[in-house]
Design a protein around this ligand. Structure first.
Ligand code: SF4
Length: 221
């Protein structure tokens, strides 16, 4: 008879894998807050962003799924993204988007995070990863537990053969991964490429600048 499947062990209410990640991130100067579901993650984020703050977000299916963008729209914030999207002139839109990368608060997703705490994100244009690296004042990186992978090799596998595939298909991009479901890096050039800039966050010098908000659900891609 097969042994019954055991639920993941918990460490103070937090799955052990997340507790281990929290310890590794702390060594890298990065905080981690765990919330069991999307609603409590949204409540946590709203409790950490002061009324009147300038807020920008990076494109993220996870943020849409947990209802954070709706909460931002209805909250007492200076949320920059809707105004940027409404700018008709492409050059002006780029200029304003570049400035928005230095918002006091920036909230975005994660493509993959290793058990050792390396955080990977890919971008087509780069505005999101530029804000992640240094531009944003306070950075919240929101992810479901499905984004935790064993190591860097698995992180790139996830980034290229899961996240980029879905993103390219979502955007209707004509990239090899969108067509076949697998990355062909050598064949992929041009404006449609959605992983032209890849950021690995290994460490943060500014205390309290980055907080990973890990949610105990499978979210995003
Ligand atoms: S390099 Fe091209 S084919 Fe590979 S994941 Fe990125 S967008 Fe897709």
């Amino acid at each position: 008879m097969e042994a019954p499947i055991q639920p993941p062990a918990l460490d103070g209410g937090m799955p052990q894998a997340v507790a281990g990640l929290k310890r590794e991130l702390a060594r890298r100067g990065i905080d981690l807050a765990y919330r069991a579901d999307g609603a409590s993650a949204v409540a946590f984020l709203l409790s950490r962003i002061p009324a009147g703050a300038t807020v920008m977000n990076g494109g993220s299916t996870t943020l849409e799924q947990i209802g954070f963008l709706e909460a931002l729209a209805n909250g007492p914030y200076d949320w920059l993204r809707p105004g940027i999207a409404a700018i008709a002139d492409p050059d002006e839109r780029i200029r304003v988007r570049r400035r928005a990368g230095t918002a006091d608060y920036f909230v975005g997703g994660i493509n993959a995070v290793t058990e050792a705490g390396e955080i990977l994100n890919a971008d087509g244009g780069g505005n999101r990863v530029a804000a992640y690296a240094y531009g944003a004042g306070k950075l919240f990186l929101v992810a479901g537990v499905n984004k935790i992978v064993p190591d860097i090799a698995a992180a790139f596998e996830r980034l290229r053969n899961v996240a980029a595939v879905e993103e390219c298909r979502h955007l209707g991009a004509s990239t090899p991964c969108a067509l076949t479901g697998r990355c062909d890096n050598a064949a992929c050039r041009g404006a449609d490429r959605q992983c032209g800039k890849v950021l690995i966050i290994e460490n943060e010098r500014i205390a309290g600048r980055i907080c990973v908000v890990m949610i105990g659900e499978e979210l995003g891609y």
